[in-house]
Design a protein around this ligand. Structure first.
Ligand code: F6P
Length: 548
């Protein structure tokens, strides 16, 4: 029944799209000077401007009809009630409990998880503070100077992104490093400049079996044992996982092992003990501010009416472009160098969550699901791929993120950065017409022939949509809010697309095949006949080349 209503809501949107196709975003502003007032939301610390979109009051009403038809409110209630919304793994997705700083109970699978969440958070924060203050010491009695996070995917991207974003809050005497890739260059390059005698390694892996993390951790363990002695391992390693039994064999002290739960998806785990490296860097108080930001958005998401609900609107705009206009990509452009890893973080969050083609019933998804997410910090990307955003044949909706205040940097730099951010969203929307281009070239006294040849290349079609997220300053709380906004956006989109946003079976096949290939690649003599000709050919070519 619900899906029938969804189909009807989508049909109404499709008809509406045809009706408004001829209207540009600039026209909409001309017709309604109050448009910005109507189409922005002020959360505590973030202003979400969604006025530069192909969106009218009717569009919004029809998109909200779609959300209601998909039962977003009931599904949101199920999510927050800790029901097993991750249907293929029969688990809740209760990462919101990790950032619950109130006395309210929160349930996963019928059990109030807050007592254990709180206990583990306090243990983790106490250790983070001890490292930060130099109370938890290296084997030689010195305080730690360098913290190396081993993890990949959600066990890396969250802490790595946040540590960079919140660099001004990281203690001066600490350097945080993140090693993810099994490529030995990642760890090797770091080890060359790392003072091992004052380095703490944080091994983060939900499963504690992930090839990359286990390989890097084992290499580092060997190096520590060689350089500082086997007994030093206990002082120089700590671990975060849901599989505590697997950690013991590594030789890590039990008081340096931190847990979380299977109802926390890897890409939602930054709020858990997986945030340990971040918490060491910024301290427990700031880490809780970060959690508070997530909690702010949980409160907003669960209480704001749908038409003033930022994650719901972000999701609906995405669906509007993905499913009704056929736009297959989405750019996230932070005008904030410290947010350089935010697009990569969102790539995992959005593409691992909603890159699915099977629906909840096991049938083929009837709608196109997650777009390709990409992005880089502005202004850098203006000088790289923005050509395509302005004049390419594909339309790429953009999220711009920018702070009103610099985070300690030079004010003049920040003013230029900010001006560029606004200029880009304006340029994408307004474009530049042929008549305008011709007028400008005539004013330069160009010949009519030269104008005719050049003018088409200088035309910008415009009418290219974007949202802007303006925050006062990139603080722990604002970062928490931004992440949670996108998390709930992803959830709402998953509901509308009728898919499970919380599993990731698509990463399994490659892992399995790599497991089969690894021993063959290590053993140069074994036969490759069982493989397809391309794979076999590449192995043979690599064998020939590695002999030289
Ligand atoms: O391969 C995908 C994935 O399972 C992600 O979902 C996860 O964040 C990452 O690998 C790391 O997994 P783990 O924390 O278990 O090492």
């Amino acid at each position: 029944m619900v899906r029938g209503e969804v189909a009807r809501a989508l049909a109404a949107l499709a008809a509406h799209r045809v009706e408004i196709e001829g209207q540009s975003i600039s026209d909409l502003f001309r017709d309604d000077p109050q448009r910005f007032e109507r189409f922005h939301i002020e959360l505590d610390d973030i202003l979400f401007d969604f006025s530069k979109h192909r969106l009218t009051e009717t569009t919004l009403r029809l998109l909200l009809d779609l959300a209601r038809a998909a039962d977003v409110e009931a599904r949101r209630a199920a999510l927050f009630a800790g029901e097993p919304v991750n249907t293929t793994e029969h688990r809740p997705a209760m990462h919101m409990a990790l950032r619950n700083l109130t006395d309210r109970p929160m349930y996963a699978g019928g059990q109030d998880v807050m007592p254990e969440v709180l206990a583990e958070r306090l243990r983790m924060e106490a250790f983070a503070e001890a490292v930060r203050k130099g109370e938890a010491k290296a084997a030689n009695g010195a305080r730690f100077t360098d913290i190396v996070n081993f993890g990949i995917g959600g066990s890396d991207l969250g802490p790595a992104m946040a540590a960079r974003a919140l660099a001004p809050f990281v203690a001066d005497h600490l350097s945080l490093h993140f090693v993810a890739n099994v490529d030995g260059a990642d760890l090797g390059d770091l080890l060359k400049r790392l003072p091992l005698e004052t380095t703490l390694f944080v091994v983060c892996s939900k499963t504690f079996t992930t090839l990359e993390t286990m390989t890097n951790a084992a290499t580092a363990r060997r190096r520590v044992a060689e350089a500082l002695g086997e007994e030093a391992v206990a002082d120089h390693f700590c671990a975060v996982s849901t599989h505590l039994d697997k950690i013991a064999a590594f030789g890590i002290r039990s008081d340096r092992i931190f847990g979380f739960w299977d109802w926390v998806g890897g890409r939602y785990s930054i709020w858990s003990s997986i945030g340990l490296t971040l918490a060491i860097g910024i301290g427990a108080e700031k880490f809780e501010k970060f959690l508070l930001g997530g909690q702010d958005i949980d409160a907003h998401f669960t209480s704001a009416p749908l038409d003033r609900n930022a994650p719901v609107l972000m999701a609906l705009l995405g669906v509007w472009y993905r499913n009704l206009w056929g736009f297959a990509t989405h750019a996230v452009i932070p005008y904030d160098q410290r947010m350089a890893r935010f697009p990569a973080y969102l790539q995992q969050l959005e593409m691992e969550s909603n890159g699915k083609s099977v629906d909840l019933s096991g049938g083929s998804a009837s709608l196109a699901t997650a777009p390709v997410i990409f992005g880089e910090p502005g202004t850098n990307c203006q000088h790289a791929f923005f050509q395509l955003l302005h004049q390419g044949t594909d339309i790429v909706p953009v999220d711009f993120l920018v702070a009103a205040q610099p985070s300690g940097a030079d004010l003049e730099h920040h003013q230029l950065l900010f001006a560029n951010c606004l200029a880009q969203s304006q340029a994408l929307m307004q474009g530049r017409s042929l008549a305008e281009v011709v007028g400008r070239l005539e004013a330069e006294n160009m010949s009519p022939e030269a104008i005719a040849a050049l003018a088409p290349h200088k035309v910008f079609a415009g009418n290219r949509p974007s949202s802007t997220f303006l925050y006062k300053r990139l603080s722990p709380r604002v970062l928490g809010q931004l992440i949670a906004l996108y998390e709930h956006k992803v959830f709402v989109q998953g509901v509308i697309w009728n898919i499970n946003s919380f599993d990731q079976w698509g990463v399994e096949l490659g892992k399995e095949l790599a497991g089969k290939l690894a021993p063959i690649i290590a053993d140069r003599e074994s036969s490759t006949e069982a493989f397809d000709p391309s794979t076999a050919g590449l192995i043979a070519a690599a064998r020939r080349r590695s002999k030289n």
